[in-house]
Design a protein around this ligand. Structure first.
Ligand code: C2E
Ligand code: CA
Ligand code: CA
Ligand code: CA
Length: 279
């Protein structure tokens, strides 16, 4: 993909449903959103399937637009990526997630890892490792309590560069999670070379797990693959007890989804954490 400067947004597939005018107005408004503190992070628990303990949280950005109300990241993140504005957004997300996690630890809450989503643009930045390192220092957060989530399709482009970046991050002590796993075309040979801590089974597989006759096949393959590589495996999008039970029986380590906890504001997550088995 080409690198575009501000004002050089090119529409692409995922944005086709956004009219050009709307895209322009989102782009314009994004620039004031950061300054006017319109972004907020929600936190969704990652739960140990066997113990019910909360092992971590994924930070998910929300945009409280003064006129349009809440705008989904699925809408504005692609626009921010095409406009070169994503780096500013990502820095804010990283900073805020680390600040919050550090504050929770200082308040005596159980120590958990916080996961932040990284965009393809961030992953191509040569200074990503420095930004992450500086952020951890600024908030006095130990790197073991930060995880970066990258999608399978992101790491499969430009494999050698990405492996280099991920290895530098890994040597900082930060964890790497592969998001939406199973939806891309990852080569097993490459997967072995990635310094990965966790695979996240895409929720499209979890959705079908209890219904379809062979709905368990792919989750089972991913779980066994992860374990053979000594990688932790989490199922995303778990919406009911039946799905959770099947995942448990397949040996899945962790789960995330509405059944276990919706993404919630920091204050609410804090209460949730206090009342968890490890709280
Ligand atoms: P993702 O990383 O795959 O995040 C999981 C999405 O699934 C979240 O949507 C979450 O709210 C939703 N979800 C969680 N549990 C369930 C469930 O049980 N059922 C269903 N149907 N959905 C569930 P959200 O928050 O709207 O985020 C959408 C996507 O936007 C994320 O997908 C991620 O790719 C992107 N995103 C969110 N926050 C950030 C961010 O801070 N930076 C970047 N670069 N991307 C972000
Ligand atoms: Ca994610
Ligand atoms: Ca995902
Ligand atoms: Ca996704």
């Amino acid at each position: 993909a080409k690198v575009e400067g501000p004002g050089a947004c090119i529409p692409y597939r995922h944005e086709l449903h956004l009219r050009a005018m709307e895209r322009n107005s989102i782009e314009r408004d994004l620039r004031v959103a950061l300054a006017q503190r319109q972004f907020v992070l929600f936190y969704q628990p990652k739960v140990d399937i066997n113990t019910g303990r909360i092992n971590g949280a994924e930070a998910l950005i929300r945009w409280q637009h003064p006129e349009r109300g809440l705008i989904s990241p699925d809408v504005f993140i692609p626009v921010a990526e095409r406009c070169g504005f994503i780096s500013e957004v990502s820095k804010w997300v990283l900073d805020e997630a680390c600040r919050q996690n550090s504050a929770w630890q200082a308040a005596g809450l159980p120590k958990i890892g916080i996961a932040v989503n990284v965009s393809a643009v961030d992953l191509r930045r040569p200074d990503l490792t420095d930004i992450v390192a500086n952020t951890l220092v600024r908030h006095a957060l130990s790197p073991q309590y930060l995880e970066l989530e990258v999608t399978e399709s992101m790491v499969m482009r430009d494999v050698d560069t990405v492996i280099g970046t991920l290895r530098r991050l890994r040597s900082l002590g930060v964890g790497i999670g592969i998001d939406d796993f199973g939806t891309g075309y990852s080569s097993l040979a490459y997967l072995k070379r990635f310094p990965v801590k966790r695979l996240k089974i895409d929720r499209s597989f979890v959705r079908d797990i209890a219904d379809l006759r062979d709905g368990k096949v792919i989750p089972k393959v991913i779980i066994d693959l992860a374990h053979s590589l000594s990688v932790n495996v989490l199922a995303e999008g778990v919406e009911d007890a039946a799905q959770l039970e099947i995942l448990r029986s397949l040996g899945c380590d962790e789960a995330q989804g509405y059944f276990l906890g919706r993404p919630m504001p920091a204050m609410e997550f804090e209460l949730f954490l206090r009342h968890a088995p490890n709280g």
